[in-house]
Design a binder for this molecule. Structure first.
Ligand code: PLP
Length: 291
């Protein structure tokens, strides 16, 4: 990766109240204090999106989700205008036509009043094989009931926080079991989401995803997939999903920004099929979006 591919923009004030300044700095130098609560506690929020041929995909849904995450963490409101401007600058500054863009806001230095924020962009990796051939996925218990966001909001389920150590540990567990990725189940037996993805099931021309009132993220790639379904005359539904339905479905996909759409080709050690035509057409739609 060359240095002109990658762009790091520091925000003078992520809330935009004191300043709307955005500074381009060397991504290979250090910029964040070791006293920053984002570093010491994972106390902050982020978003990750694609920019393809100059277009930041699903930018507004990502910004809206960032604002929701900030509210769940009692963080000051991020200035969506400042982040929007920084994303636009990152896309303009980078020489790459397909970028992963990360938007970050932390609670700042302990005892201080200022938040810390930045936008970082780098070329995306190659997901061709996973998108075409699918992934081996295991189900793992997340240890929370499906209604945990309602009963225990302090657990921050449904917020996109910087604390992804658990999500990373789950993928390592999958790797130990000779699999690639994970679908989390609630402790009371419902399908939730992947550590970095939303689950989509196909039953003929009907497409289903777990309802977002279950302490999971509202996926932007899944929302775009449902747009594709609606446009092609299929029906869509948000509801509770059981693990048995993962087995019974014609196809299961993991949808997320950047990797976009990957089919599940093995579930808990059992090979399973997927609709290759729908998978390819939906992927083309997702990659071809102009917003
Ligand atoms: N669920 C979790 C826990 C995630 O981390 C992500 C994205 O990284 C998603 C779902 C999918 O969200 P999106 O499609 O907006 O990338």
């Amino acid at each position: 990766m060359s240095t002109t591919d990658r762009v790091l923009l520091l925000l003078d004030d992520p809330t935009g109240l004191a300043s709307v300044g955005i500074r381009s700095v060397d991504p290979d130098s250090e910029h964040v204090s070791v006293l920053d609560l984002g570093v010491t506690r994972g106390d902050g929020i982020f978003e990750a999106l694609d920019a393809i041929n100059g277009v930041a995909q699903s930018l507004e849904p990502h910004l809206a989700r960032m604002a929701r995450s900030a509210a769940l963490l009692d963080l000051p409101k991020p200035s969506l205008d400042v982040y929007r401007a920084a994303v636009a600058s990152a896309i303009t500054e980078s020489t790459s036509s397909h970028l992963l863009v990360k938007l970050v806001m932390t609670r700042g230095i302990e005892g201080g009043t200022a938040t810390t924020g930045w936008v970082y962009a780098e070329p995306v990796g190659d997901f061709t094989a996973a998108r075409r051939d699918g992934l081996r996925v295991i189900t793992l218990d997340r240890g929370y009931r499906h209604d945990v966001a309602h009963t225990s909001p302090w657990l921050l389920q449904g917020a996109k926080t910087l604390s992804y150590a658990v999500n990373k540990a789950a993928v390592r567990e999958a790797n130990r079991r000779d699999a690639d990725d994970v679908i989390f189940l609630s402790s009371d037996g419902y399908v939730l989401e992947g550590p970095n993805s939303t689950v989509i099931l196909q039953f003929g021309s009907h497409f289903v995803t777990p309802a977002t009132d279950q302490g999971i993220l509202a996926g932007t790639a899944q929302a775009a997939f449902f747009e594709f379904c609606d446009a092609s005359g299929n029906s869509t539904e948000y509801r509770r999903v059981t693990p048995d339905e993962l087995v019974a479905a014609d196809s299961v996909w993991l949808a997320s920004s950047v990797r976009q759409l990957v089919p599940v080709r093995e579930l808990d050690g059992v090979p399973r099929g997927f609709d290759r035509a729908v998978s390819a057409a939906a992927l083309e739609y997702l990659l071809g979006r102009r917003r």
